[in-house]
Design a protein around this ligand. Structure first.
Ligand SMILES: C[S@@+](CC[C@H](N)C(=O)[O-])C[C@H]1O[C@@H](n2cnc3c(N)ncnc32)[C@H](O)[C@@H]1O
Length: 386
């Protein structure tokens, strides 16, 4: 069995795990941990380069007998030289301090010189785990308490958060357009399950750049703004130059997505993944219910035509798309009007694995919002009705 330490937006993480391992049963899930029931380590390892909503992956040790110090001793005995290890606890707080002290005593009794890396008896961040090289040394350990069952696990993979820094460096930035967080883009691509991505509201290309970094060979993109198309071209050159990639086809044109049926890319691509247009960028000072109502009218016009013409084009591939919602005085205002459009032209595809505790929103979507931003993203996986 394997456990995944989930990202802050844990429902999106669960969605991604379910998508990447559709045949694997989810044994347990809460807001931070998901345990899957498989012995197929090769399968788990094969998908890890694609996974973004997981902080680390742990292999559960079957012979654990509720004595973490003895399990750590098993590993330490196979090690040469001073043994550095790390222990984290998930679930209700065990007394980490006493476990660490007990472990040190147990190792010492067997003449093993050791050091626990935990500072102030706290759990580690993934950057620290990478810094200390603990995964390669097989010495990042975890106690996981799930539904009153205690598991012991060894970390086999950690997300390289540092790599995200490189994503933004050198890219043409424009705060007015707003950037989709790379992690969310990657997860939306994973959720779409397909490879030849078309983004008809490409903005500055976050979806496409991530699609290329994930090894996809074809990308298609359009936007109403000639200026953004030009900036995006620069970003493509940047990606081609700076990152390993298999990109063979990259095609673009200026296009108002209201008239999506005239896009040649509907036939060339095999999925639409897009953030969509979220409307004007509001701040806490400029947002109000009236301003949102006006913005919704503009957006509704775009999306009504967008879906109507997809339907008329008999578009049959999956669409993964975000719509905006806005926080005004601590209350979320949803884009209810667009739900009617979706209902008329499309059907929702389920995105979460079947699980009693975790539900989609009423509109079968998942939400993503940074606490400091007014606008959030409501993410849907859709298919046009026949
Ligand atoms: C929120 S941005 C997308 C940002 C992009 N996901 C990124 O991370 O760079 C929305 C984009 O939609 C474009 N847009 C607005 N209305 C449009 C329309 N009717 N048709 C096509 N593109 C449109 C804007 O020019 C803008 O580039």
């Amino acid at each position: 069995m394997y456990a995944f330490w989930l990202w802050r937006e844990f429902k999106l993480s669960l969605w991604e795990i379910h998508q990447l391992f559709p045949k694997v049963e989810i044994e347990y899930a809460d807001k931070s941990i998901c345990i899957v029931n498989t012995q197929d380590k090769d399968l788990i390892l094969s998908q890890l380069p694609r996974i973004w909503g997981t902080i680390k992956v742990m292999e559960l040790i079957p012979w654990y007998r509720w004595k973490p110090e003895l399990s750590i001793l098993d590993f330490a005995q196979k090690h040469e030289g001073k043994y550095a290890y790390w222990l984290s606890v998930f679930g209700w707080e065990k007394n980490l301090k006493s476990i660490l002290i007990e472990t040190k005593k147990t190792l010492k009794a067997k003449w093993i010189s050791s050091r626990f890396v935990n500072k102030d008896f706290k759990s580690l961040s993934s950057a620290q785990i990478i810094g200390e090289n603990l995964v390669t040394k097989s010495s990042d350990f975890n106690i996981i308490i799930a539904d009153d069952i205690e598991y012991f696990a060894r970390t086999i993979w950690v997300q390289d958060i540092e790599a995200y820094g490189k994503r933004d460096y050198g890219k043409t930035r424009d705060m007015q357009v707003g950037m989709l967080p790379p992690k969310l883009s990657q997860m939306m691509i994973n959720i779409s399950e397909w490879n030849k991505v078309y983004d008809p509201f490409c903005g500055l290309w976050t979806i496409l750049i991530e699609s290329i970094l994930m090894g996809n060979a074809e990308v298609y993109w359009s936007d109403i703004s000639a200026e953004n198309i030009e900036k995006t071209k620069k970003n493509i050159s940047y990606a081609r130059r700076e990152f390993d990639n298999n990109l063979k086809t990259s095609m673009t044109q200026i296009l108002d997505a209201k008239w999506i049926s005239s896009s040649p890319f509907l036939k060339k691509s095999d999925v639409i993944v897009t953030e969509g247009y979220l409307g004007q960028v509001f701040t806490k000072k400029t947002v109000s219910k009236t301003a949102i109502a006006d913005e919704k009218k503009l957006l509704l016009d775009i999306y009504t035509k967008f879906f109507e013409w997809l339907k008329r084009s008999n578009y049959s591939w999956v669409i993964v798309i975000c719509f905006p919602f806005w926080e005004v005085l601590w209350i979320y205002n949803y884009f209810d009007e667009v739900y009617e459009v979706i209902k008329k032209y499309a059907k929702n595809l389920p995105i979460l694995p079947p699980h009693d505790d975790f539900k989609h929103t009423k509109s079968w979507s998942l939400l993503y919002k940074r606490p400091d931003q007014v606008v959030g993203r409501e993410i849907f996986k859709l298919k046009i009705k026949k």
